[in-house]
Design a protein around this ligand. Structure first.
Ligand code: GLU
Length: 493
């Protein structure tokens, strides 16, 4: 498709301190396309906004990108180290009268803006300095008056371009501001630096979020002024929340780093984001590796509609990956989410992880779902009764009387007392206790195992939902199991 020149794409993040989940889509799209076309992938750090500088932001960004095993062929290049290049090109535009010095003060610009808003006009620079005479300019420069350099945007023209995903797009220049190219601190704006760098770095395809679409005409004017051929533009649709609304602004909800901290695996995140980029016909085959995604990449498959940050779907994908991890490895991954001061040995912890593995959506789930193995239980004694008094919605069955629950727990206790320490395994316990459970009959005359299994399980876990009682008992061991059942009995008395 793109045989004339080598495919070269770039990911050009501004270091804000975290990687937005939407930006992960852009990186992945860049990566999939460049690998598919055997092209180059370049990392460029757009760090020209001194006001937004945060310590450690670049290091953290590079670390996050590394987690995903997405490799760059060139870079990172830092725009802050290329100021001479931008200034040289700004001078050229000044000389050719395609740009001009602007000496307007912040106060003047602010006042102008307020007036425009009050008059219900779109705020735009009023071109006050566009036609200053040479003498004034020279004097101002001599007096070291602070200045910016702005581009001249022609009036009354229409700028058209073709976006690979969205087709023909046009903008009227009358709506485009005389964009600042060089700020008063000598740093370029994003709009200027992106054009210079995309050209000098021989970028063939510029991919970025849809929020930049209205900036593209400015960039195209600059390409024209500099006599350069623009890249092919691709604006990736936005990501929305499940209700179709804008994503939350809270960093914790949208930072890739937060997803990783919560125990979403990098492979699962890539898989999920990959599915928001490419449409997959076969719903059965939604578990896809980075290599699968590269292989299936095709522009015809790239979604044009907004992507949805569907956490339930992400949970499902992540759970599929978790199920595949060998227990030893999964235990290691889960350790940060477990109590640090536990005296349970490694083997026991592995057993806990194995028990929870089928129900985990993300690694951090393990903290809450397995906490009962690590601490004294604290639960409402009503939870012990079957059917639980609080729910009490089984037909024909009112609250199971306290006496019945006590009888059940006492029975379990005395049976377990007789089990030898060495045979206290889930299978064995099941063999012994199941026939006893079958002896419980409900008010409709039907066998009701729950009357034995439920109180036992709650006595051991303190939870409404947990793995089965035999598996928990095996992990707790005989002494602790009996202790917990005794405590449950005491609670009911
Ligand atoms: N620095 C811009 C951003 O962080 C890059 C936009 C582009 O790729 O042109 O979104």
């Amino acid at each position: 498709m793109f045989k004339n020149s080598k495919v070269r794409v770039r990911f050009a993040p501004s270091p804000t301190g975290f990687l937005h989940i939407g930006s992960l889509r852009t990186v992945l799209l860049d990566y999939l396309f460049s690998k598919k076309e055997k092209g180059d992938f370049i990392l460029r750090i757009e760090d020209t906004d001194q006001e937004r500088f945060t310590e450690g932001a670049i290091e953290s960004l590079l670390k996050t990108l590394k987690t995903f095993k997405i490799k760059f062929d060139e870079g990172p290049f830092y725009q802050s180290k290329r100021l001479d290049i931008y200034n040289k090109h700004a001078e050229q535009l000044l000389k050719e009268e395609k740009a001009y010095y602007c000496f307007c003060t912040k106060e003047r610009l602010e006042k102008m803006r307020e007036e425009q808003i009050a008059n219900k006009q779109a705020p735009m620079y009023d071109q006050h300095c566009r036609n200053l005479d040479k003498k004034t300019i020279e004097e101002n420069l001599k007096n070291k008056a602070p200045y910016t350099i702005r581009m001249k945007v022609p009036a009354g023209e229409t700028i058209k371009f073709h976006d690979l995903l969205h087709g023909e797009i046009e903008f009227k220049t009358d709506l485009i501001d005389d964009q600042i190219l060089i700020k008063s601190d000598g740093f370029p704006t994003y709009h200027f630096a992106v054009v210079i760098d995309d050209h000098l770095m021989k970028i063939s395809h510029a991919m970025r979020g849809e929020e930049w679409i209205s900036s593209t005409p400015k960039h195209l004017l600059l390409y024209k002024y500099l006599n350069w051929k623009p890249p092919i533009f691709i604006h990736l649709s936005l990501m929305l929340n499940k209700n179709g609304g804008k994503l939350s602004k809270r960093k914790g909800d949208v930072a890739v780093e937060s997803f990783l901290e919560n125990g979403y695996l990098p492979e699962a995140l890539i898989n999920f984001i990959g599915l928001t980029i490419l449409s997959v016909k076969d719903k059965e085959k939604e578990i896809l590796s980075l290599n699968d995604l590269i292989k299936m990449f095709n522009w015809n498959k790239v979604h044009k509609n907004p992507a949805i940050l569907d956490i339930d779907k992400l949970d499902w994908i992540n759970s599929q990956y978790i199920k595949q991890i060998p227990i030893k490895e999964l235990t290691k991954l889960c350790l940060p989410y477990l109590p640090k001061d536990s005296d349970l040995n490694e083997k026991t912890i592995e057993k806990i992880i194995k028990l929870e593995q089928p129900r985990m959506n993300k690694l951090s789930d393990i903290g809450e779902s397995s906490d009962f193995f690590f601490k004294e239980l604290d639960y409402n004694k009503d939870l012990l009764t079957w059917p639980p008094a609080l729910r009490g919605q089984r037909p024909g069955e009112k609250d199971a009387p306290k006496e019945k629950t006590l009888e059940s727990l006492n029975k379990t206790y005395s049976i377990l007392c007789d089990v030898k320490d060495g045979s206290f395994g889930a299978e064995k316990l099941k063999q012994i206790l199941m026939p006893e459970a079958e002896k419980f009959i409900n008010s409709e005359g039907k066998i009701d195992r729950g009357q034995l299994l439920w109180p036992m399980r709650v006595a051991l876990s303190g939870k409404e939902k947990s793995p089965g009682p035999f598996e928990i008992a095996e992990i707790l061991g005989k002494t602790e199991t009996l202790k917990r059942i005794q405590k449950a009995i005491n609670r009911l008395k």
